[in-house]
Design a binder for this molecule. Structure first.
Ligand code: NAG
Length: 394
């Protein structure tokens, strides 16, 4: 037998063993905090969000497609479900006592600082599909989105999620069913009249990830702290509040979420979003694979200037077992955290930049893009391994 087959079998055995403790519910029941609860009259509505098991974890059977477009000068976001004509949730019925509740959530940089968003989600249908959409008016872009300004363009970035929750009748329990998160960016002409390009990056999660078998400690997004360090082992925190453009900096991310810290979970590949006054950049850091369980170290450079800087980090939260290699990266739970400094300046001897210096420097040297000088090779290797294992299973 090939070594890969042996690995695969060990993995499947591992999955079987690790799931032994979870009770098996009937088709008319759902598992809520370790107990099988009768879904009663919610069964039909629930059908749409039925989850399948793939590679040892739950998956949404029906993934929506995500889109954004300029409509009457405003930005409209939409999620479209194929064969979703019969979808029945609070959005379709307009009732908050219905079985399936939909909520819009909004975040700060890198999915930190989650809040409820009051924008109205509307539902429209065609013969075969169902679309949920919400609109953000252009006069709200500056206050709601993260902004990146250059001489001739404005880029907005934002982080949202639509959460889907089952409310069982007679106060019988609440169960999160799906979390349709996404990050978008949209590049406009200065006058906001033209949408030059846009990008939307979905992150779909089935159920929540739980730290315990009883399902008491469950999250879509786990919290962590982010610390700037003076070296790659992170023995001492960085003792300055002003960073220098182009200098190597080190970050330590430590999971603080109850149940997930110090145990088998570890922040993996991360994406950093740096937000300053009129500046928003994505940076792909290098993962150093140092630190204890529950921790990760990263190395990165910031090739732009900024004032009042927040560094947000969103990492995939993986288990420190080989099992992760078979999972689909996009669906891993996230672990997020942020830290702040007063500025990113041009040289170690300069003072923090003026807003004008920020605009001219970034327009010329780092406009609209991430300014990464080297792409992380980790992500690429990971994708290749996934593809190889995928072919093996087929
Ligand atoms: C762009 O970067 C170079 C090299 O760091 C620098 O000399 C130049 O002044 C920068 N441009 C602006 C407009 O600040």
């Amino acid at each position: 037998m090939k070594i890969f087959h042996l690995l695969l079998i060990s993995f499947l055995v591992f999955v079987a063993i690790s799931q032994e403790t979870t009770p098996t519910c009937t088709d008319d029941q759902v598992l809520v905090k370790g107990k099988c609860k009768d879904v009663q009259n919610c069964k039909t509505q629930l059908g749409f969000f039925k989850q399948t098991q793939a590679n040892g974890k739950k998956q949404i059977a029906k993934r929506p497609t995500f889109a954004l477009e300029l409509k009457d000068g405003n930005l409209q976001f939409s999620l479209t479900f194929a064969n979703g004509k019969d979808l029945q949730t609070s959005v379709e019925t307009g009732s908050t006592t219905t079985c399936i509740q939909i909520n819009l959530r909004r975040f700060g940089a890198a999915f930190t600082n989650e809040v409820a968003d009051a924008s109205v989600i509307t539902s429209t249908s065609t013969d075969t599909s169902r679309t949920w959409s919400f609109t953000v008016n252009k006069d709200q872009f500056d206050s709601i989105f993260l902004k990146d300004e250059s001489n001739d363009e404005i880029k907005y970035t934002g982080f949202y999620a639509i959460s889907v929750t089952l409310l069982l009748p007679n106060d019988n329990g609440i169960k999160p069913l799906a979390f349709f998160a996404f990050k978008f960016s949209a590049i406009f002409s200065k006058d906001l009249a033209t949408l030059k390009s846009s990008e939307i990056k979905p992150k779909v999660q089935a159920e929540q990830v739980c730290a315990d078998a009883a399902g008491e400690q469950c999250v879509n997004t786990a919290q962590s702290t982010l610390t700037l360090c003076s070296d790659d082992a992170c023995e001492t925190p960085l003792n300055t509040n002003e960073l220098v453009k182009g200098e190597t900096i080190y970050l330590k991310q430590s999971i603080t979420q109850e149940g997930f810290k110090g145990g088998k979970w570890k922040p993996m590949d991360a994406e950093i979003t740096v937000v300053a006054n009129g500046v928003t950049k994505s940076v792909k850091p290098k993962k150093l694979d140092k630190g204890q369980n529950g921790e990760q170290m990263y190395q990165l450079k910031l090739n732009f200037l900024g004032n009042k800087v927040t560094i947000g980090c969103e990492a995939q939260m993986g288990e420190t077992t080989a099992a992760r290699i078979l999972q689909e990266a996009a669906d891993d739970p996230s672990v997020v955290g942020s830290t702040s400094v007063s500025c990113i300046k041009e040289t170690s001897s300069s003072t923090c930049p003026t807003e004008e210096q920020v605009l001219t420097y970034n327009s010329e040297n780092c406009s609209g893009v991430s300014c990464d000088d080297d792409e992380s090779s980790n992500a690429m290797i990971f994708k290749v391994v996934i593809t190889m294992l995928g072919l093996l299973i087929l």
